[in-house]
Design a protein around this ligand. Structure first.
Ligand SMILES: CC(C)(COP(=O)([O-])OP(=O)(O)OC[C@H]1O[C@@H](n2cnc3c(N)ncnc32)[C@H](O)[C@@H]1OP(=O)(O)O)[C@@H](O)C(=O)NCCC(=O)NCCSC(=O)/C=C/C[N+](C)(C)C
Length: 372
């Protein structure tokens, strides 16, 4: 068990999880993934457990930060060292994401503060996704030469219109209203309410998961937590969303240029800072994911992540991958000047992108072959 994950079973049958790595914004390491998986499996099979809740801690105390994703510094070190645990990490984290999406008991995620990457993976599959005015939600992986994994292709592709492409390609950070509007949250609560909500979980009297779910919904209703965005909230300029309907990256760029508004110009500036190769890969990922079941989408992601860290088809070693370079620039050297290769969106060819979607494994040997 990890000391970075605190587990508690309340007398009324609620499994409560607190991520306790505030100095790294609760970034997930392999031990944390394993601790979460073991706890969720045990509570799933324990008839006396009626629900599960998860929160994060910040430097200020409980809440204030949920999870900033997988531990990207570990990815960097492990990729350079050829550490075999990296492959286990990918497989076990995606299996955990699948477990949460298919969990048979209410899973309540308190998505206060930063909720990014792997933090979305341990919340989006939940029954109740609770955001606050402090929520900063994103799938920012194109900023580190990666793609929105942890079932990101699945849930982004289910956002309305072409919002999923916008979020996945740009890595835009959104707040509570956009999350509610785009189906990435269920309730918005004042952050000040969260401590008493956490306490209330331990007080609700319910003898089954369904009864607990109803009692919790009633508690949130009584607290006045919103399930719809505030009136007048307009999370995305229509011309920006329309641009992301284009069939390819060149079309998106052309549509943003043609729109010529401040919002379109800003979006294009951001898009041009992201890893060009992964922008192209992510557009395909999200478009393909739309027609996929969850398990198939996760298998596709497992293929993609293997290619990201082993880009042999580009004639490169793991150390020369876009992901290693992106993490170096953001979190290791912190120069924020990634040297992307290719450097421009216009220089990415289909021959660079297509091999990402060829599985390195035969179906019977796929690391996630057992996911249904
Ligand atoms: C914008 C962020 C989240 C916050 O920025 P900030 O300025 O408020 O805070 P700061 O960057 O100083 O972060 C505080 C410390 O936390 C460390 N940190 C933050 N995020 C991570 C992380 N994901 N892994 C490891 N460590 C992290 C940060 O280095 C600081 O530590 P020091 O004080 O320097 O010691 C900003 O932090 C940010 O952009 N973080 C990265 C967010 C991100 O890219 N998340 C997605 C990661 S990929 C992922 O989750 C996929 C997982 C699946 N799989 C494993 C299969 C690939």
């Amino acid at each position: 068990m990890s000391e970075l994950v605190h587990l508690e079973r309340t007398p009324n049958g609620v499994g409560r999880i607190t991520l306790a790595r505030p100095k790294a914004l609760n970034a997930l390491d392999l031990g944390m993934v394993r601790a979460l998986t073991q706890a969720l499996l045990a509570w799933r099979d324990d008839p006396s457990v009626v629900a599960v809740a998860i929160r994060g801690t910040s430097k200020e105390g409980p809440f204030g930060a949920f999870c900033a994703g997988g531990d990207i510094r570990f990815f960097h070190q492990a990729a350079l060292a050829g550490d075999a645990r990296l492959e286990d990490f990918f497989t076990e984290e995606y299996a955990l994401n699948h477990l949460i999406h298919t969990y048979p008991k209410p899973y309540i995620a308190f998505m206060d503060g930063v909720v990014m990457g792997g933090g979305m993976g341990i919340s989006q599959g939940g029954r109740w996704r609770i955001v606050t005015e402090r929520t900063k939600m994103a799938m920012p992986e194109t900023n580190i030469g990666l793609f929105p994994d942890v079932a990101g292709g699945y849930f982004l592709s289910r956002c309305p219109g072409h919002v999923g492409e916008y979020l996945g390609l740009t890595g835009a950070v959104i707040g509570a209203d956009a999350a509610l509007a785009w189906g990435l949250a269920d309730r918005a609560a004042p952050a000040a309410d969260l401590p008493r909500a956490w306490d209330a979980l331990a007080q609700l009297d319910a003898d089954s998961p369904a009864a607990f779910d109803a009692a919790w919904a009633a508690w949130m209703d009584a607290a006045g937590w919103r399930s719809a965005p505030a009136a007048g909230a307009a999370p995305l300029a229509p011309e920006v969303q329309a641009a992301f309907a284009a069939p390819d990256v060149a079309g998106i760029v052309a549509a943003l240029e043609a729109a010529g508004t401040d919002a379109a110009r800003h979006t294009l500036t951001v898009l041009r800072q992201r890893c060009p190769l992964m922008v192209h890969v992510v557009l395909q990922q999200i478009r393909r994911a739309r027609g996929m079941a969850l398990a198939d989408e996760l298998r596709m992601e497992r293929d993609l992540v293997r290619h990201c860290f082993h880009p042999h088809h580009l004639g490169r070693s793991p150390a020369q991958s876009e992901t290693v370079e992106g993490i170096r620039a953001l979190a290791v050297d912190k120069d924020h000047q990634p040297r992307w290769n290719p450097a421009r969106l216009e220089d990415v060819t289909p021959a660079m992108v297509e091999p990402f979607f060829v599985s390195p494994w035969p179906a019977h040997a796929h690391p996630l072959r057992d996911l249904a």
